[in-house]
Each structure stands twice: as C-alpha cells, then as structure tokens.
Design a protein around this ligand. Structure first.
Ligand SMILES: [Zn+2]
Length: 224
C-alpha cells in the first residue's frame, strides 16, 4: 500500500450529504489538520431527506448544525452547503458547475470525493446519490484547465492509505456530533457507541498495512 501523500497544504472534501465525511474520512482529516494542513468541506445537500419522521424543512437545518460541529471537531471551519435535493442528486451540468466553481475558488492540491463504485461488498450496494455525485466530480475535474494535483475517492478499491491510529477518538466524537441523525437511525444504541462501532469498522486494522488502522483511498486522477 502506498502512503497518502504528505506534500500538500490544502484539501477539498466533496460529498453529497452531511455525515458522508464522518463515515471514514474524518479520521484522516483530523490527522491532516493536526499537522497544520487546511481542509475545506463542500456538501451538495443538507441531507434533509435523511431523518425518518422529520420534515425536510426541519431536518435540513438540524443536519447542517450537526455537520458544522462534526467538521469543527476535526479542525475544519470552512464548510459550505449547496442546495441540491437530497435523495435526488444527479450528475447534471448545474452540479458539475458548482463542483468546478468550488475547486477553482479553493485551489486545493488534494480533492477527496465520495466513493462512486457499485458497492462496498455484495451486501452493501452504493447509493445512487453517491454514484451520481462521484461521477459529477470526475467530469468536473476533467473539464478544468488548471487541475489539482490529486483526486482521490474514499474507496474500498485501495491504492493509498492514511494511518489514523492516533485519531480514532476524534473521528468518533466527530461522527457522534450527528446526534439527531444517529438517535433516530438506531434509537436503542447510545450515539457514541454507534459512532465508535462505525469508526472502528471503517478504520479496521489491515494486515497489508502492518496491522495499522487506516483510511483507504483510491487515486482516480493525477495532474502535473
Ligand atoms: Zn451519503
């Protein structure tokens, strides 16, 4: 496994929904910001369709607040939300324009996007929103004249790994900030327990990485 690059200063994390960064990437983000790098989050939606039994007009603002706190915990203050419809994210010209615009404005060396493949395993197919969004990111990137150096997806098709053993607690706290979301998702399990189980799963120690806990990435594009 190739270690994730270190010779960069600014990363842009692009995802369709609140909580997408927290199911995996946040441990790496905590490590990067602790090392003095800056990380910006941009989200296509506010996840307004994501809390069962809660009206979108209530859920959207609630999830935005939780996402801002999740980001703050791993050292991310720069976060923006676009108004694409949760559960109906499409690879449209409008979405690709928003993605190109934020890349051009933020000028990252590293882009981290959501996994756009078919699924994490036979029993866990990927969501349509994720597949459409990831395709839009690749198309927007390919259309740029001035391309950031690296574009990764957080992915099970691993090319690069970031060792995150020292940042598990930060990642757990960050995911646990999605209090309303998690407490509706599984009312019987305390939010922190849910968060710890998820983070331990997505950062499981790998034999091919000296049994270190890692976040896994797939390099999709490389420029310069
Ligand atoms: Zn998502």
């Amino acid at each position: 496994m190739i270690p994730f690059p270190t010779d960069w200063q600014r990363a842009l994390v692009l995802v369709p929904h609140p909580d997408d960064p927290e199911y995996g990437v946040a441990a790496a983000v905590a490590k990067w910001t602790a090392a003095g790098k800056s990380v910006v989050y941009a989200l296509a939606s506010r996840g307004e369709a994501g809390i069962e039994g809660m009206a979108p007009t209530e859920a959207g603002p609630a999830r935005e607040i939780e996402q801002r706190e999740s980001a703050r915990i791993v050292g991310v203050d720069a976060i923006e939300f676009w108004d694409f419809p949760d559960s109906d994210i499409r690879n449209t010209p409008e979405l690709r324009t928003s993605i190109s615009e934020v890349i051009t404005r933020v000028q990252p060396q590293v882009i981290v996007s959501i996994y756009g493949g078919p699924g994490w395993g036979p029993d866990s197919p990927n969501q349509s929103d994720h597949i459409e969004f990831a395709a839009a990111v690749l198309a927007a990137y390919d259309g740029l004249d001035d391309k950031p150096r690296w574009l990764f997806e957080y992915s099970p098709d691993v090319t690069h790994v970031e060792e995150v053993g020292d940042f598990i607690d930060d990642a757990v706290t960050s995911l646990a900030a999605h209090v309303k979301y998690l407490s509706v998702l599984d009312p019987d399990t305390p939010v922190v327990e849910q968060a710890r189980a998820q983070v331990e799963m997505v950062t499981a120690a790998r034999e091919d990485c000296d049994n270190q806990q890692v976040v896994t990435f797939e390099l999709k594009r490389r420029a310069r």
